[in-house]
Design a protein around this ligand. Sequence first.
Ligand code: CUA
Length: 335
Amino acid sequence: MRIETLALLLQGQAAGLPEHRITDIFKPLATPARAEAQIAELTLAITGAIFLIVGFLIVFTLWRFRRKPGDDAHQEPAQVYGSNQIEIAWTAIPILIVFILIGVSARVIASVQNASPPAEALKIRLIGHQWWWEIHYSDYGIVDANEINMPATPDGRMATYFELQSADVLHSIWIPQLSGKLDLIPNRTNYTWMDPRSPGIYFGNCAEYCGTQHAYMLLRVVARAPQDFKAWAAAEQKPAAPAALASDGRKVFDSLACVNCHTIRGTRAVGTFGPDLTHLMSRQTIASGALENSHDNLKAWVDNPQDAKPGCLMPSMKLGAQDLEAVTAYLELLK
Ligand code: CUA
């Protein structure tokens, strides 16, 4: 087992949250995902039945009308034209099936998209970027990235509602065990919601090709027990840790172009082009889920992001060894 994998597993255990790494749509763990899995099962059942019936008829016909000894090889089989019953049957039945599937799908789409959030529901504005996720918890004044924290809701009454937007191109949110795909579209707001029934970490990814690093535009939902979510939010609301602000690395960071793209609350770093780093160390991963948030990975990432994610929009700052160490140490104090 690779060291990183082991560390990630240990970290998952330390957080006390089970990980749902197998993103299986047939094991739904939230209401929208369950409704969509049921349509998928119905569609598979109907199309499976069609497959079996058509397959059987083909095999039966091949066998029943095969050439037999004594057949005249030059004699054409009897040609049959025009049966009103058959014509009507194979027109009406597919139309019926299509309308059943349209009806069932429309009902589920409406039930997911028209749900209106209760007043106390957590509301999140999620913005897709090449190639990371910006997460706004407006009611809490928190901006975070790539790991969506929300309360788990055993009875389904505390669902989390999303406004989905894009800063550049089409993206699509997909947490298979919580909800189906929905696009994040420039100049438009889409809405969705999720109600993870039990605390855990649910893995997902961008599901719409959005450029070079689409495949590494990963995201995860961290569903916590409601009181744990409150504690997480309270920690995130705090400004950057005083130890970080007092560190030497902060001076280096503040003198670099880093501040144009990243925000660290309480410093001159107020950029919004890249992820907010105020509580970087509260995240399990960096580079939008591509790397575990470890010392070595963080240092290598700051040194040259293009190694891990070629084409990503963060440039190498070409830091000297000492500055690289100082900036990494600064980032690691952003707890
Ligand atoms: Cu964002 Cu694919």
